[in-house]
Design a binder for this molecule. Sequence first.
Ligand SMILES: C[S@@+](CC[C@H](N)C(=O)[O-])C[C@H]1O[C@@H](n2cnc3c(N)ncnc32)[C@H](O)[C@@H]1O
Length: 205
Amino acid sequence: MCQNDHFIDRAKDWDTKSHRVKNAESLAKAILKHVKLTGGEHLMDFGAGTGLLSWFLADKISKITAVDFSSAMLEQFKSKSWPCEIDILQTGIEPDFNGLNVEGIISSMTLHHIEHTLKLFKKFFDVLKPGGFLAIGDLVTEDGSFHTDNSGVFHFGFEEQNLVELMKISGFSEIKFSIVHEMEKGFEEGIKKYPIFLLTGIRMH
Ligand SMILES: C[S@@+](CC[C@H](N)C(=O)[O-])C[C@H]1O[C@@H](n2cnc3c(N)ncnc32)[C@H](O)[C@@H]1O
């Protein structure tokens, strides 16, 4: 177990929240619009958690490597009946991808938990085979109200311009950013909407 595991108490009930499932499904649909999958791909899901995003893509690829630092979340991932081959890579707080080499990287709602975004993007680039894609879904800049407890949260969402710049510096091409979903959360003062982006890019060579 990672000592910074903020997900340990939430793993069992993670999939019972419909706003999370809907978000993962919307992201998967948006990824399929941006990326042509042949069925033979090995994907890495960074911050895979219980596997919500992987779930909606698993029947369209051959293998997923679920990367996460939370053993509790990964236990939930492992407990599912997957239609493709799966592999589990438990990392520390500084992700080490162990020489992994894949056709695509997917990630949902994890980037805001990572302190050094540029460092991570450079590692993502190294993990991809030439022609491989990166597809990240996360929050657009918010006011800090999305999480009830902000421990382990390094960014209150992201700005398009900033992420696109970091992707360019990391070597990515064909970078695209679009709002693909809105997550809704109820508060005493009413419902708040949080736009979710999908950021994609290709490692050309
Ligand atoms: C908000 S959850 C999202 C889980 C899943 N992708 C989803 O959409 O339901 C963030 C996940 O990222 C993982 N995580 C956070 N920081 C991490 C780090 N530095 N290295 C690896 N995994 C991390 C957490 O353990 C958690 O499973």
